[in-house]
Write a protein that binds this ligand. Structure first.
Ligand code: SF4
Ligand code: SF4
Length: 383
């Protein structure tokens, strides 16, 4: 029997967003909202596209701007119309527009929520926008009251890296799982580098978080460290950054255009097709956008050929590769330095612990203890 290959379709109902985060690259003023007819076309497109389990993530901009009626119609259309693909759902939102009514609809389809919080209120509001923290926390309260699961992504910038200890303590003392992203240079800003996190600093941040996590393993989950350890010990990437995402991830913009990932939505050079044409995989591969993306694979072949982490790193994220250029792929993910740093650290610590296990056991929990802990956990889905 042929092995199933789960795939991921991100639906971007709008690129609009009520927040004005300083380092955001994806929000557009006055962006249109996806119509239900476009959702119906997504269903028609995917009916024959492939026969594998699918995860839909609603992303943005701010996807809740589409309103309760959009989700009330879109969720059953996707769930029933594509039941042969056993769809599951996720939502990435700042939670500002979550209402009890919307929460009820999301609960009906067990939609897990990813949200964004950059740490304590002062740090968060300085880099996201005044009043952000309170609005997000209000929505978080509604989500929790309705039994929805919420996990936060914390973006580390050139500013907030100075407060890494406070941020870690904030997540731990509030009982929140920590998942982090480095701030990328914004392709839409006049000062693209202002908030961007330097790749070497990102590497050192990951090592710092590894240390703090090992000291506090029973009090917090650090998702990135779990994922990085899984990569090393399973020998394959388990999150999109560390797999070749190009055949298994797609995004649909508000007008029905198909892109390689939500991060490219709104960039005309990366439109691979339109849901109304119900393109096959071969049709998408014939597009100019696909040829542009394929350049990433060529760069990985050259740049990463001799790297001992290639099997589970795969050159990182293609979007990160363009965020440091004018929109063209000219190399691998610039956070390569960070990935090497943390993958080396995990591998070397593991080897040291294995050797020393023949002598005296260390009293401090180490990588082997962490591997035991995450071995029992389910692998993450999606981003
Ligand atoms: S690796 Fe990057 S481009 Fe690929 S799906 Fe993930 S975020 Fe998108
Ligand atoms: S660590 Fe760097 S060189 Fe190694 S596979 Fe990843 S991106 Fe390529």
């Amino acid at each position: 029997m042929q092995r199933k290959r789960p795939f991921h379709v991100m639906i971007i109902p709008t690129l609009g967003c009520p927040s004005k985060c300083s380092y955001c690259w994806s929000s557009e003023e006055g962006s249109p909202v996806m119509s239900i007819d476009t959702v119906k076309e997504i269903v028609e497109w995917l009916k024959l596209f492939r026969d594998d389990p699918v995860t839909f993530t609603f992303h943005g901009g701010e996807p809740l701007l589409a309103g309760v009626e959009f989700y009330r119609k879109a969720l059953p259309l996707l769930a029933d119309g594509l039941s042969h693909l056993t769809p599951s759902f996720a939502l990435q939102t700042n939670l500002w527009r979550l209402t009890p009514e919307l929460a009820e609809v999301l609960k009906e389809y067990d939609v897990p929520i990813g949200s964004s919080l950059d740490g304590p209120k002062e740090i968060n509001d300085l880099q996201r926008s005044e009043g952000y923290y309170d609005r997000t926390m209000r929505g978080y309260g509604i989500a929790r009251d309705h039994g929805l699961s919420v996990q936060f992504i914390c973006t580390f910038t050139s500013h907030s890296i100075k407060y890494k200890q406070e941020i870690f303590d904030f997540f731990m003392s509030n009982g929140l799982t920590l998942k982090l992203h480095p701030a990328l240079p914004s392709l839409r800003s006049d000062e693209p580098e202002r908030w961007a996190l330097d790749p070497s600093e990102y590497g050192e941040l990951l090592v710092y978080l590894l240390d703090r996590y090992l000291e506090n393993m029973d009090r917090i989950e650090v998702r990135n460290i779990n994922d990085l350890c899984r990569c090393v010990f399973s020998g394959r990437g388990t999150v999109c950054t560390f797999v070749d995402c190009m055949d298994n991830t797609f995004a649909v913009g508000p007008d029905g255009s198909i892109y390689p990932c939500y991060r490219f939505v709104g960039m005309p050079d990366y439109v691979m097709g339109d849901v109304r044409d119900h393109p096959s995989m071969d049709d998408l591969k014939r597009s100019e956008a696909w040829r542009r993306m394929n350049r990433f694979r060529e760069c990985v072949e050259v740049h990463c050929r001799k790297c001992r982490h290639l099997r589970y790193c795969r050159g990182g994220c293609p979007y990160n590769a363009i965020s440091h250029t004018d929109g063209e792929i000219r190399g691998v993910d610039p956070y390569c330095i960070a990935y090497k740093r943390i993958f080396d650290e995990i591998t070397e610590r593991f080897n040291r612990e294995m050797l020393s296990s023949f002598g005296l056991q260390s009293s401090k929990p180490g990588i082997i203890a962490l591997i035991r802990k995450i071995a029992s956990k389910e692998e993450p889905k999606g981003l």
